[in-house]
Design a protein around this ligand. Structure first.
Ligand SMILES: N[C@@H](CCC(=O)NCCCC(=O)O)C(=O)O
Length: 262
C-alpha cells in the first residue's frame, strides 16, 4: 500500500478576468490548507451538475469551503432577489451546496469559512439576512476600506464561544478576537446546526453540524488569513488537518483510498 499525503478540496469562485472565465481560489486558503492543515489543496472547479461530487469525495480526505465577495443567490433560501443581495456566483452555489451536504453525509471533514459558513446554513435549510449593518443595534461587519489586506483582515471584534463547545475546545479559550469582512449573516439558523459562538451584537459567528459523524464546523471570520501568526487561527487549521489525517487513516491512505469504507 502506497502512502500519500492527505488531499483537501478547496472550492472555487467563477471570475471573468483577462477576457477569460476562471475557476479561481484566493491563495490564502490554499496556503492555509498546505501550511496550517498540512494537506495538499486541490481546487474544485464550480461545475455544478457537471461534476460528480460523490466520485470526487471518494478521492479526498477533507473539504474547505472558502469565503468570497459574492452572495449565495437568495432563491436558494426562498427569498426574492434584489440589488441588496448581489453579486452572485450561481455556478459556485450549484457546486458548493450539494458538496457541503454530501461531505457531511459521508463524514468527510468539512471546514467552512465566511461565504462558506453562509452556504452551510443554506445547504441545511437556514436563511441569510443581507446588509446587516443597516439593522438597528447591529455592528458594521464589513471590512475597513483599504487596499491593504492586512488592514482589511485586521482583527476587529470578539466572539464569545459556547462553553464546552467544539470550537472553544479547539481554540482553548471562551473568547477570541476575529476579523470581519461580510455584509450578510445567518438569519434563521438551520436546525441541523448548533450555535458555537456569537459577536457582541448577537451575530452568529460559529457553528457545528449537529450529530456530525465527522469534523464539521464553520466560522463567519477568516482564520486562513492569519494562520501562521494568530494562535486561534493556527489551532483551527491544525484541528482540521488532524481530522483530515484521521479520515485518511480510517478510509485507508494511499491510492486504494478510493475503495474506502464509509
Ligand atoms: N456573502 C458574503 C461574503 C462574505 C465573505 O466571504 N467575505 C470575504 C470577502 C473577502 C474580501 O472582501 O476580500 C457577505 O456576507 O458579504
Amino acid at each position: 500500500m502506497q502512502d500519500r499525503p492527505p488531499l483537501v478540496l478547496v472550492t472555487a469562485d467563477v471570475k471573468e478576468l483577462d477576457t477569460y472565465r476562471w475557476h479561481a481560489t484566493v491563495s490564502t486558503y490554499i496556503n492555509a490548507v498546505a501550511v496550517g492543515a498540512g494537506a495538499i489543496p486541490l481546487i474544485l472547479p464550480s461545475l455544478g451538475e457537471d461534476i460528480d461530487v460523490d466520485a470526487v469525495l471518494d478521492r479526498v480526505d477533507g473539504v474547505l469551503v472558502t469565503g468570497s465577495r459574492s452572495n449565495v443567490h437568495p432563491s436558494n433560501y426562498a427569498v426574492e432577489e434584489n440589488d441588496d443581495f448581489a453579486p452572485f456566483d450561481r455556478e459556485r452555489d450549484m457546486t458548493t451546496l450539494p458538496l457541503i451536504a454530501q461531505a457531511v453525509e459521508r463524514a468527510v471533514p468539512l471546514f467552512v469559512i465566511c461565504r462558506g459558513f453562509q452556504e452551510l446554513n443554506v445547504a441545511f435549510g437556514g436563511t441569510l439576512a443581507t446588509e446587516i449593518q443597516r439593522q438597528p443595534g447591529r455592528l458594521d461587519h464589513r471590512a475597513p476600506q483599504s487596499d491593504d489586506h492586512d488592514v482589511r483582515f485586521a482583527l476587529a471584534h470578539d466572539v464569545a464561544l459556547k462553553e464546552d463547545g467544539v470550537i472553544a475546545g479547539i481554540v482553548g479559550s471562551p473568547t477570541i478576537r476575529v476579523n470581519s469582512l461580510h455584509r450578510q449573516a445567518v438569519d434563521r439558523l438551520a436546525d441541523m446546526l448548533v450555535l458555537e459562538g456569537t459577536a457582541p451584537d448577537g451575530t452568529i459567528e460559529a457553528v457545528r453540524v449537529r450529530d456530525a459523524k465527522g469534523f464539521a464546523i464553520g466560522v463567519q471570520w477568516h482564520p486562513e488569513y492569519w494562520v501562521t501568526s494568530d494562535e486561534p487561527s493556527k489551532r483551527l487549521f491544525k484541528a482540521f488537518g488532524d481530522a483530515v489525517r484521521e479520515r485518511q487513516r480510517l478510509t485507508q491512505g494511499g491510492i486504494a483510498g478510493s475503495q474506502a469504507a464509509e
